[in-house]
Every structure is written in C-alpha cells, then in structure tokens.
Design a protein around this ligand. Structure first.
Ligand code: LLP
Length: 422
C-alpha cells in the first residue's frame, strides 16, 4: 500500500496534488511519501515482533539524506556498501554503531574508515578480505566485529542480474568453505566473530528460496557453534519483492516473510538482522514526467517524455515494468491506446514501456511512473548531459525539495580543461 492516490480527479502524494509539485519544481521529479516509508518500516518491525531484531535499511535503494533521516527516526539502522553510503548514514544522524557494512570489494581505506566510526558489523565476503581487515584492525589497535557472508547456492528465482546466492555469483564465501574461514577468523588478530550473514538476491516474489537459504544458515550456525564460534547475530539480508504491476501481482507479505524467519532460525536465540531496501523505499516514490511529444511512427505511437533512462534505468537494465499513471485521473471507461513510452536519449534502450495501453495523454500533460522510490534516483546519471533530477519529500500536506536540480553552471564547473603549455 502506498500514499499516491487519486483524489478529486488528480493524483496526490499524501495530501499534496502531484501537479502542484511539478509546477513548483519542474519535471522530471522524484516524489517520495513519508507516510509510506514509515509504514513499510513499521510493517517489518511488526513482522519480527517477539524476536530480538535490528532492521538495517539498505541505503543503496535510496540514499537521500531526508529519506535516511525519516527511517532513522523510526529506529532503523543502515546497511551500507561504500564509504560514500557510510558517510550518508552518518550525515543523516545514524551513528557508526548502527551501521552494517556489506559489499564484495571493500578497500583497506574503507575498512579503516568503518573501524574509525565504531561500525556495528562488517559483513566479510571472502577469506582475502578477512586477512586485509585483520591487518587494518591490528594496525589501529581495535577489534573488528564481523559476520561472514556465506553463499548458500540457492536459486532466488529472480532476474539474473540481481540474483546473488548461487555459487557462480561473485558474492559471499562458498558455504562448503565456511568452517575453514571461520576457523581462520578465530585465529586472526583484530577480528571478533559476532555472526553469520546471507543475502540471496533482490525482488524475490516467492518465499521458498528464503526458506531454503535460512534453513542452511540454521544448520551452519549449529555446526559453527559446535566448532566453538559465538554466533549471536544472523543477518538475513534484504530481497523481499514488491508489486510493480499493481493490477496482478501480489508478492509475499513481510508478515509471512517474518514467519519464515521465525520458523527457520527462531530457535537459535540469535539477534535477527535484516537489510530491506526495495520494500521500504520502492512504492514510497514516483517519478513524474511531462509528455513532450505524442509522435506518430510507422504503425505505432511514441509518447516522448522528459524523463529518460538516465533518471530511471530499471526498464532498460532489467526489462523492469513500472506502472504508468496519468496525473489527471482518466474518466471511467476512457478508451486506451497502445503506445511506446520513451525518453529523449539517443539509444533505443531508452524505452520505459512498449505497447503499453494508456488512456489518452498528450503534450504538456503529466504522467507518473510508480514504484520508483527504490533504485531510481540512486542509479541515475547525467548521461546525454542531463542534470540529475530533483527529489521531493512529502509529509501530509507539506512538501520539501530534498535534492535540488543542479544548474548547468554547477555541472560544468566540475570539469577542468588542463593548460598543457602553461
Ligand atoms: N543487502 C545486500 C547485501 C544487498 O546486496 C542488497 C541489494 C540489499 C540488502 C537490499 O535488497 P532489497 O531489499 O532492496 O531487494 N538495482 C536493482 C536491485 C539491486 C539490488 C542489489 N542488492 C534493481 O533496480 O532491481
């Protein structure tokens, strides 16, 4: 459920007409709903009620500081994958001891930064990283709290580009090698084992892969404990999917996901950590764009809009579907026509939807891409010389620009032309 609904014939973000924001800020623009963010955080919190738990929001989904602050105020910790994300968490007021640092390629500098910030937990993804971390921690005279990320070799049944839990994927330590690497961790200076970590992929629409992975985690936890390791936290990653096609998709609910967690690992007495990103931010955001042209092609109609693949890359990158809603509510029974919704970028891949049945929308009119709050702005670029688009956060009947559109001067000022002869 989200808070982008038609009211009085117009799409609203909570209590604010979307058209008012577009008029004030221009298009394209990302609009986020505070109430939806809060609701999604609460749903996870309730799903894990009765179990000691820690929800580390995956900053990569949407790292806007205002979004992070909203979630931190609800009690969220943060899951980060770079020093840049770590600094975002800190800037939003989240202390290092509420930050989990994940990622397959943390550099020694990033590890040093995390330790200097008293990081809650480092999810170590390889024996090689473990050696580096031990060296860094020992040189600083501190102890690094770690979980090892294991790769359980489970098929997440999601898009290949975002499946991470099969043995051929680059992530984690093969589960068959886990005991050996834990033994090494126990012997190394500067390392304290606190838990075990797994993350099998993103946009999972079936609970069975979670169940399979968490069952393997439970079994491994018992083995590792028998080996003498103090496994007191289980980080179960993120990955729960959301409905993108609202009319006919109903992915599992966080409550049922929580039930799987309790059933598979609940008996171990561990603190449960999860790292949801998409489910918290995805349906808390829309991308609003204006139609530039309704172009008649050879046997097809192209709706050319002012947003493009640099603003929202998911359709181009994962063939992802985003529902498209006109900002003015179509009359009931309004006739629909099939159109290709495309951006202005010079690539055929800059296509948001092909043959999409939409009510009539013409030049100057606004449409919204739904479910764009996660992996939208955070994956955007300035390709084709297009400035990053503004982000707006709504709260009730108020809205605030939480990232302004840069000016062309600001964009150009980042480059320098060397004076080779001077
Ligand atoms: N934890 C780790 C270690 C991750 O790698 C990820 C996502 C998450 C948590 C959060 O997963 P979520 O709850 O959001 O599914 N750009 C892609 C998604 C990439 C996901 C990468 N890792 C997309 O737009 O579909």
């Amino acid at each position: 459920m989200d808070h982008f609904l038609y009211r009085d014939g117009a799409l609203h973000a909570e209590d604010v007409p979307v058209a008012d924001i577009a008029a004030a800020v221009g298009t394209p623009v990302y609009i986020y709903s505070t109430a939806t963010l809060e609701r999604h955080y609460r749903v996870f919190d309730e799903a894990l009620a009765g179990t000691e738990h820690f929800i580390a929001y995956a900053v990569k989904a949407n790292g806007n500081l205002a979004v992070l602050k909203t979630l931190a105020d609800m009690g969220a910790g943060m899951d980060v994958v770079s020093e840049g994300e770590f600094r975002r968490a800190l800037a939003a007021g989240v202390p290092g001891n509420r930050v989990v640092f994940s990622g397959v390629g943390k550099t020694a500098d990033e590890l040093r930064f995390a330790l200097s910030q008293n990081v809650r937990q480092l999810n170590v993804e390889s024996a090689e990283e473990l050696e580096t971390l031990s060296g860094v921690a020992a040189s600083m005279g501190v102890t690094a709290p770690i979980a090892l990320r294991v790769n359980p070799d489970v098929d997440a049944k999601t898009h290949a580009k975002i499946a991470t839990g099969k043995s051929e994927n680059k992530f984690g330590i093969p589960i068959s090698r886990a005991r050996e690497v834990y033994a090494r961790a126990a012997a190394l200076p500067g390392i304290e084992v606190v838990g075990l970590d797994v993350h099998i992929g993103s946009q999972l629409t079936d609970l069975a892969p979670f169940e399979a992975a968490f069952s393997k985690v439970a079994e491994l936890t018992e083995t590792l404990r028998a080996d003498g390791h103090a496994i007191r936290r289980l980080d179960l990653g993120g990955g729960l999917g959301i409905p993108y096609q609202h009319s006919n998709e109903a992915p599992p609910l966080p409550f049922d996901y929580g039930a799987v967690i309790k059933r598979t690992v609940g008996h171990l007495g561990c603190e449960i950590e999860i790292e949801p990103g998409r489910l918290i931010a995805g349906n808390a955001g829309i991308l609003v764009t204006r139609v530039i042209y309704r172009k008649q092609g050879e046997g097809r109609v192209f709706l050319v809009v002012d947003a493009a693949m640099n603003d929202l890359i998911r359709p181009a990158m994962y063939e992802a579907w985003h529902d498209i809603a006109p900002v003015i509510e179509p009359a009931p029974g309004a006739e629909k026509a099939e159109v290709d919704v495309v951006g202005p970028i010079c690539e055929t891949g800059d296509t948001f939807a092909r043959g999409r049945a939409l009510p009539p929308v013409g030049p100057g009119e606004l449409v919204a891409f739904r479910s764009a709050g996660a992996y939208g702005a955070s994956m955007s670029s300035e390709y084709n010389g297009r400035p990053l688009i503004p982000e707006v956060l709504v709260r009730g009947d108020q809205f605030a620009v939480v990232r302004a559109r840069p000016s062309y001067e600001e964009m150009l000022a980042r480059d320098t032309i060397p004076d080779w002869n001077g």
